[in-house]
Design a protein around this ligand. Structure first.
Ligand code: NAG
Ligand code: NAG
Ligand code: NAG
Ligand code: NAG
Ligand code: NAG
Length: 923
């Protein structure tokens, strides 16, 4: 074998040498040729490094057709709209017509139908003067990556294994195209979102700008607008597009490392950028030698993991930083200078208004500031949050953006963030810009979205009222020229009243805004009471009726105003002669400027009274242990004087009702207390020590923590409690109707089971149970049955969202359905109350202050089914009734509102008339 083999090897070598000999000239030629080729390729590659991102080749500002055009899209002519174009700093308003064709805006101004001959069939919409704005751009969203409804298999917004620094992660790789949120967000006028990786990692990875409409391709890629990756998924080098890179500082990334801290996070960022910088330097050296005609034998230096961060160092990335506090903004400013990194936007940035100079100290132009309106104080980082921050920062020339952090805030209502910022002093044109033109500019997509101009993408919203007015709702949304909702009256949309067709006149908050800064975000909130006050220029006085079950209108006029004298915290006199009864000159006079005296509100749903900072267990009462059926009482853990409590009081809410929090089915007894009190022993601090008995039954238990117990276990526990032999005294009280039984659930199936159980218990014990559902997302499915059982519903959140699987069958309300949950239940004869808006399914104490706006919205979206007075009852009387609290009308507080009504953006709460405190708190 051996000789044969060696012979073969020899032959092989000879052949090889021969071939080499024969081929040598060609090989020689080919080496120099491939050398040239390699040199050319290297030069080309190096030249690409300096390319600055630009719109894609396919983009032409005078284009008649978008590359996103879907064939079959019917052109639209919108006649007689009030068009906010976004131009001229948001001051440009065109009253006229608009043509959409080919997925783009063709014309803005005066357009005659006959001019449209070339377009074929055209849908004509008579806007009747309605407002038309660019589509809303939500610059901080996790839509499609944070699952709605919440399912554990799709929690894809944060890398959990990649480590602290993961610039190579891409949100697009986690984008679920079937999320329930898209349609809902679009229904709120949102047409595009920046989908960011989460904030668990110091560098979470790359974000993507997506449009929210379904596409015919049905792929995640087809949602992306001007992706830096081409159709094959490869990085587009010839004509680079912006990459958006998510960074996070502070509390969230600290949690990624075991016992990580702020110091670790900053070090990790510095280390990451040093690594990327080394690669960049190697590339630059490689390129300079190539440019000098020297072909290095090394390949182009690079590392797929670090390629994105090197791109950022080359100025081809937009850095978006999740950052809250001064300490982190300072670290960010240093990092940005060290590595010469301009920061596109700081997100959340709750303390930016306290240290605006730090924004200027970052490298390059100051970042835009993307914020929440009222959501704050949920962690230390957000404790100094101020509702005046958008206005304070805008006044100093910074770009202000309002965002959702979807599904933290449901992005369907991101416009409401801008509305609130406007209410607290952000100028109207900047408030509109904060969700349209400003994000378009920060994302550098302002060549095609964010404005209404010929050649721009046909992403538009037609509104039923001025977009900054409370409850403004789209009547149609276009994305790439395609109408997004099937409304029957699309060609002649419904308009709200004339008074809502202009931006609300908002109150003066200059003193409050200045105080927020003076007091480092913690202005004093403790109420000071004056025994007597004379209110002048009052256009409406509404109080509770004598029996305390309804309201009485004592004065109401559109034309004249009256004077109201309050003595010892009670209304003593209504009428112009009251002035003469003051008796002394010391009585403060408060001009309500045509405002109102209205019944104070009552809130249930948050942990105000038991907890100060949501994510800090040491600031709260803790949780009950599992399946504890003891009659635990919230009153025993009450705490007063929290900032959310006092801010709510200053927002017209006098009473808070709170239940203990539990990991199990039995939650315990709630309690009612005064939000303005500073300690429990104050007169009137505890309104009713023991209110209703609360139980929580739901699949997955999102609402109240996670028990892990099954619904059948929970129902069995309830049945045993009420029908088992050994009964405790308080159970008898529930059976006697002394306390309502409050069931927390969103599931129609649970509600149905509970209604059957209620009947079973009532029949077995000859009792009548007073029952209330809390949450109630699916209650509309059995509205009639709930009404027949005499059960009330406290709707939380007031505008439904499918947070959980068991609560996903929501009634989304206008413009998707005619009825909202509250109007459907009200129509069926159910007693309805409302609670606060939620944050990812949980209630934040900071949003309780918005109860008056939430009530206004309930009335506004009910199309007349619920009057404003009924909406006030749903946020006061009915809340009390459904939890078994009776407030003596002689002891009920009254809110003084200046410049408008309680349920309006025009009104400012300036006082709380408190009979129990024998005085008026002046704010
Ligand atoms: C225009 O609409 C009519 C009626 O819907 C239809 O029959 C016709 O084919 C359409 N023409 C074009 C060019 O789309
Ligand atoms: C446009 O709408 C307004 C408001 O409905 C109306 O007063 C006006 O007459 C309309 N103009 C035209 C040209 O239709
Ligand atoms: C930030 O810089 C701008 C432009 O230079 C300047 O107008 C502004 O006063 C600065 N603001 C702060 C807070 O330093
Ligand atoms: C109030 O008193 C003044 C004199 O003190 C008197 O001139 C005026 O008529 C009184 N007004 C009313 C409405 O009684
Ligand atoms: C009442 O308030 C309105 C609105 O601010 C103001 O125009 C009016 O002058 C005031 N009337 C009186 C009598 O002060």
């Amino acid at each position: 074998m051996f000789p044969t083999r060696s012979k073969n090897v020899l032959t092989f070598i000879i052949c090889l040498l021969g071939a080499f000999y024969l081929l040598h000239p060609a090989l020689h030629w080919s080496i120099s040729n491939s050398e040239n080729k390699a040199l050319t390729a290297a030069l080309h590659r190096c030249a690409q490094l300096d390319l600055i991102p630009h719109p894609p080749f396919t983009f032409n500002p005078r284009r008649q057709r978008s590359e996103r055009y879907e064939s079959g899209t019917v052109p639209v002519l919108i006649k007689n709209a009030t068009i906010w174009t976004g131009m001229d700093g948001g001051m440009d308003i065109v009253r006229g017509d608009l043509v959409l064709a080919g997925g783009v805006i063709r014309e803005v101004g005066k357009v005659e139908f006959r001019e449209l001959g070339g377009l074929g069939n055209v849908t004509v919409v008579d806007a009747q003067g309605a407002w038309l704005t660019p589509g809303i751009i939500d610059m901080h969203s996790h839509i499609g990556t944070y699952p709605v409804p919440l399912l554990s298999g799709a929690l894809d917004a944060n890398s959990r294994t990649g480590g602290v620094v993961t610039p190579w992660m891409r949100a697009i790789d986690a984008l679920n195209t079937h999320d329930d949120s898209y349609k809902l967000s679009v229904a709120g006028g949102v047409t595009a979102s920046l989908v960011l990786p989460g904030s668990s990692n110091a560098i979470g990875g790359q974000a993507a700008v997506v449009k929210l409409r379904p596409t015919s391709e049905k792929t995640p890629d087809s949602l992306v607008l001007e992706s830096p990756y081409n159709a094959d998924g490869l990085l587009e080098r010839e004509r680079p597009r912006w990459r958006h890179m998510k960074h996070a500082l502070g509390e969230n990334p600290s949690g990624t490392l075991p016992q990580g801290t702020r110091m670790d996070t900053i070090w990790k960022l510095r280390e990451a950028y040093s690594t990327a910088k080394k690669i960049k330097v190697q590339q630059d050296e490689f390129c300079s030698s190539v440019q000098n005609g020297k072909l290095s034998l090394r390949p182009f230096p690079g590392d797929p993991n670090w390629e994105a961060l090197v791109d950022v160092l080359r100025g081809r990335g937009k850095i978006h930083v999740h950052v809250y506090e001064a300490v982190d903004l300072s670290a960010l400013a240093e990092l940005s200078n060290e590595f010469q990194l301009p920061i596109a936007a700081v997100h959340h940035a709750h303390e930016a208004y306290l240290v605006p100079g730090l924004l200027n100290r970052t490298y390059g132009p100051p970042p835009a500031v993307a914020m929440f309106a009222a959501f704050g104080r949920y962690k230390r980082e957000a404790y100094r949050h101020s509702e005046f921050a958008p206005r304070i920062l805008a006044d100093q020339g910074f770009t202000v953006i309002m965002k959702s952090d979807h599904a933290v805030i449901n992005s369907r209502y991101v416009l409401h963030e801008a509305q609130q910022a406007h209410h607290y002093g952000l100028r109207a044109e900047l408030a509109l810009a904060s969700v349209t033109t400003s994000p378009a500019r920060v994302l550098e997509l302002d060549h095609r979205i964010g404005y209404i101009k010929p050649g721009y993408d046909a992403d538009l919203v037609l509104w039923d009222s001025h977009p900054l007015s409370l409850g403004a709702t789209p009547s149609q949304i276009f994305i790439d020229g395609i109408p997004q909702i099937d409304t029957l009256d699309f060609k002649q949309p419904r308009l709200k009243s004339v008074s809502l067709q202009k931006a609300p006149t908002t109150p003066a908050y200059d003193v409050e805004a200045a105080n927020a800064v003076t007091y480092d975000g913690l202005p004093p909130l403790e109420p000071e009471y004056h025994p007597s006050v004379l209110f002048t220029n009052v256009s409406e006085v509404t109080t509770r009726s004598h029996d305390g079950t309804s309201f009485t209108s004592n004065f109401r006029s559109d034309r004249t105003t009256t004077t109201v004298l309050v003595v010892q915290g009670r209304v003593e006199c209504i009428g112009t002669r009251c002035q003469n009864l003051t008796g002394s000159e010391d009585v403060p006079v408060i001009d309500l400027e045509g405002g109102a005296l209205s019944p104070a509100l009552t809130t249930f749903g948050s942990q105000i009274g038991l907890e100060d900072i949501t994510v800090e267990p040491s600031t709260g009462d803790g949780f009950l242990s599992r399946l504890s059926a003891e009659g635990v009482r919230a009153v025993d853990a009450l705490r007063f004087g929290g900032r959310d409590a006092l801010i709510s009081y200053r927002s017209g809410i006098s009473v808070g009702i709170v239940a203990p929090r539990s990991l199990g089915v039995f939650t315990g007894f709630g309690t009612a207390f005064s939000l303005g009190a500073l300690h429990k022993l104050e007169w009137g601090a505890v309104v009713k020590d023991v209110t209703a008995f609360h139980v929580a039954v739901d699949y997955g238990h999102l609402q109240l923590g996670s028990s892990g117990s099954s619904v059948s276990t929970e129902i069995t526990a309830l049945r045993r409690l009420f029908l088992g032999g050994s009964r405790v005294e308080w159970v008898d009280h529930v059976l006697q109707g002394k306390f309502p039984l409050v069931v927390h659930t969103n599931s129609a199936d649970v509600m149905a089971t509970i209604l059957a159980l209620k009947r079973e218990i009532e029949e077995a014990t000859s009792s009548t149970i007073r029952m209330t559902f809390v949450g109630g997302a699916e209650a509309h499915l059995l509205a009639r049955e709930i009404a027949e059982a005499g059960v009330g519903v406290v709707v939380i959140p007031p505008r439904s969202f499918p947070y959980t699987w068991s609560g996903r069958r929501i009634l989304p309300g206008p413009p998707l359905t005619e009825l909202s949950l509250s109007s459907a239940l009200h129509t069926a004869g159910v007693k309805v109350a409302i609670g606060p808006e939620t944050i990812g399914g949980f209630v934040s104490g900071s949003l309780v202050r918005n109860l008056r706006f939430d009530a206004a919205w309930v009335a506004s979206e009910s199309a007349g089914i619920i009057t404003e007075e009924e909406a006030i009852a749903m946020a006061s009387l009915y809340v009390e009734q459904l939890f078994g609290v009776h407030i003596d009308p002689k002891e009920a507080s009254i809110v003084a509102v200046r410049g408008g009504k309680l349920l309006s953006f025009e009104g400012k709460v300036v006082g709380m008339v408190s009979p129990l405190k024998k005085g008026v708190a002046i704010f």
